[in-house]
Ligand binder design. Structure first.
Ligand code: IVH
Length: 693
């Protein structure tokens, strides 16, 4: 790119036009389609270049160029809202020097002799999208996005479903008209949850929490907004009938007292050094926050001073946004490998040229699955942009195609398991390819052992991943029951045994003490609860929550296994929350001979406790299986279920011959029909109510 100092007027004009067009395109992708294709850092550098050229050739500035625009025009489907007070944006800075220029400028403007006479409100810059919410006489009446700063989209219904926004406020000091403004965001946890769900349903996967928040807020159907969990913080105001606060910090305290959420990290700072310290503290804390922030906003706290400072063209002189260096970086893909997981899933992983991303050295990134590699057209030796969000595994944002070398190599996804060589097949409706080797595949076998001793399963702390891998390779532990015969085999059995013993205590880095501790940890787990045991088996799709449901429903492992061995799935299907697909995986698991053998050997070593609970087994409902259908009037479905469970009943999701009662509310459908067919007792809501009270 040409040095700005060397640009002729003609070249500068052409360059400003090019930048304006490029940024307009990027703005549409970012603001309207929630699908950015430039990284924040790339966008910022275009913006900087535009600003620098404009500074040198002020007369060439385009009337509708990037420096004159805020955000993007509104999507047409939403109603429009004119902002009585425009929603402005902030200037950005990227370094400590620029921060010192900012505070020096503020003091110079105000005629102060030294640079440390001003109090600032320092606030995290939330990476979401800004909103304005109008209250009249304490009632929420209208919500809007920023739009182009003058006109936004009407998102009244969408804001109503965000739990952080009070819809009615009663406070004696509340202005008659009050517009609060702030940021709507999605927490990192809710973002991952949403993407996981969307990926499973082959729906849109969002690039980051900000896009997910934007896509969720700007839904014409507010029910969709409601399903997506959004949150918000208030940090400023718009149209207000009477401003009764004298500073930004007083405003924040007031809105908090009225029931709005403000950011808990907002701080008062007195010197430039305070601001620098605050910036560094938050940069450190950034990964631990529950939501994304992309910098710090510094605001002169005193409103009288804010008024004196006033505005530049479209940003205040009394505030600035100090952006964090992007947690993105360029690096090269040295290799692509495939890892094999517990259920045989083949997951491609990129080995990267190690690179520092926001203070952490990154050398691998997950590529998810073969479709993802195709979709992003990722090849070995490509230069890519990687991104690290919080403490999650780094992701590849995109390939930098302009930098693709001659020797880039397409990755051919293996059709065989790279560990055991068995066929790897991809079911039609699945994104992942799986190794069919089962437990004969060393990768699957060790991953299953690792799962077996993990925290929610047997929780044997002395057996880490490395030890399991070593023991597997050396034939010391091949199957879960081997864990429980370890002690016996260690000393070489009895006097007549020809076996030499394992003598783990003489392994490098081990000793008598650590071996004794390990045996103690193992022996403590010879008795295990039913939910833990079911979970430890590592059946596909059966997580800790499902294991608990199964344990509650069956009470003992043997009854559960017997049903599974004869493929009697009726009882299993009764459980609310367990569907056909999961039942299929469970039955397939028990049908495998090697799994039966594993369980048999294991049960010779350990005892699985029956599942006991504290329900009242003397009630009339005790031991009975109940199905609820239709709408209940006197209580919610959840309440009715909880009550039935506490009285010792089982609550099933579908009707079968094992059902004892069907409780029928209004608008009951096919379940009631089926109950009639099977001759099952049908209770009205009143009859059920009488039974439980
Ligand atoms: S103050 C006139 N405070 O960053 C000043 N903005 O370009 C209005 N933002 O449009 C903004 N956290 O979307 C302010 N604590 C905070 C903020 C914040 C995030 C966003 C907001 C604004 C943009 C600045």
């Amino acid at each position: 790119m040409q040095n700005i100092d060397e640009l002729s007027e003609e070249q500068a004009r052409a360059e400003l036009k090019r930048l304006s067009e490029e940024m307009a395109k990027a703005d549409i992708a970012y603001y309207q389609n929630d699908a950015p294709y430039l990284t924040d850092a790339e966008y910022d550098s275009l913006k900087r270049r535009n600003e620098q050229i404009e500074a040198k050739f002020p007369h060439l500035r385009l009337a509708n160029g990037p420096s004159q625009r805020i955000g993007a025009a509104v999507k047409s489907e939403f109603g429009k809202v004119e902002h009585k007070i425009p929603m402005l944006s902030l200037g950005d800075i990227f370094s400590e020097e620029e921060l010192m220029d900012f505070t020096a400028g503020v003091n110079r403007f105000l005629g102060n002799k030294t640079d440390n006479q001003i109090t600032y409100s320092a606030e995290p810059k939330i990476d979401g999208l800004s909103f304005s919410a109008r209250f009249e006489h304490g009632k929420f009446i209208q919500g809007a996005t920023r739009g182009d700063g003058k006109t936004g989209e009407d998102i009244t219904e969408n804001l109503k479903v965000i739990k952080d926004l009070p819809l009615e406020i009663k406070a004696p000091d509340l202005p008659e008209i009050l517009e609060v403004r702030g940021e709507v965001y999605m927490s990192k946890a809710d973002f991952f949850e949403l993407n996981k769900k969307n990926a499973a349903e082959h729906k849109k996967v969002f690039a980051n929490p900000r896009n997910a928040a934007a896509g969720s807020l700007r839904q014409l159907d507010a029910n969709i907004t409601k399903e997506r969990k959004l949150s918000l913080f208030v940090y400023t105001w718009g149209d207000v009938s009477e401003i009764t606060w004298k500073s930004q910090s007083e405003f924040l305290a007031k809105v908090r007292s009225w029931g709005f959420k403000t950011n808990p990290y907002n701080r008062i700072c007195h010197t430039t050094q305070d601001l620098i310290n605050y910036f560094e503290d938050l940069q450190q804390e950034r990964a631990n926050l529950l939501y994304d922030i992309d910098g710090i906003v510094y605001k002169v706290d005193d409103l009288a001073l804010q008024n004196r400072l006033g505005f530049l063209t479209r940003t205040p002189r009394w505030a600035i946004a100090h952006k964090f260096p992007a947690e993105q970086a360029f690096t090269k893909i040295n290799n692509i490998r495939v890892q094999v997981g517990r259920t045989g899933a083949l997951t491609p992983v990129a080995d990267l040229e190690p690179i520092n991303v926001g203070g952490v050295i990154v050398s691998h990134a997950t590529l998810h699955n073969e479709d993802e590699i195709k979709r992003k057209d990722i090849r070995i030796n490509d230069t890519v942009i990687i991104q690290r969000a919080g403490d999650v595994i780094p992701q590849i944002v995109r390939v930098v195609k302009e930098k693709r070398p001659q020797d880039s190599q397409e990755f051919i996804f293996p059709q065989k398991c790279p560990v055991c060589g068995a066929h790897a097949i991809k079911e039609e409706d699945e994104a992942v390819r799986r190794c069919t080797g089962g437990l004969t595949c060393p990768a699957q076998a060790t991953e299953r052992l690792i799962h077996f001793v993990s925290k929610d399963a047997f929780d044997i702390s002395g057996l880490g991943e490395k030890i399991i891998e070593d023991f597997y390779r050396e034939n010391i532990i091949k199957t879960p029951s081997d864990i429980f015969t370890l002690e016996e085999r260690n000393s070489g059995g009895d006097l007549f045994s020809h076996h030499n013993g394992l003598h783990l205590e003489s392994r490098e880095g081990w000793g008598k003490k650590s071996v004794d501790n390990l045996f103690k940890a193992i022996n403590e787990k010879r008795k295990i609860s039913l939910p833990r045991f079911i979970y430890a088996l590592g059946i596909r799709q059966v997580g800790a929550a499902t294991s608990l449901l199964i344990a509650k429903h069956y009470g003992s492992f043997l009854t559960f296994m017997q049903d599974m061995l004869v493929k009697n799935t009726e009882k299993l299907l009764e459980i609310d929350g367990i569907g056909e697909a999961m039942v299929k995986d469970i039955v397939e698991f028990f049908a495998e001979e090697h799994n039966q053998q594993t369980i048999k050997l294991l049960l010779q070593q350990i005892k699985v406790d029956d599942f006991l609970d504290t329900t009242d087994y003397t009630s009339q409902l005790s031991g009975k299986t109940i199905v609820f259908t239709g709408t209940l009037e006197k209580m919610t479905r959840a309440e009715a279920k909880a009550k039935a469970l506490s009285l010792g009943a089982k609550v099933a999701g579908s009707v079968s011959k094992n059902t004892d009662f069907v409780v029928m509310g209004s608008d009951a459908g096919s379940k009631a029909e089926k109950a009639k067919e099977l001759g099952i007792t049908i209770l009205s809501e009143d009859a059920f109510f009488a039974l439980i009270s």
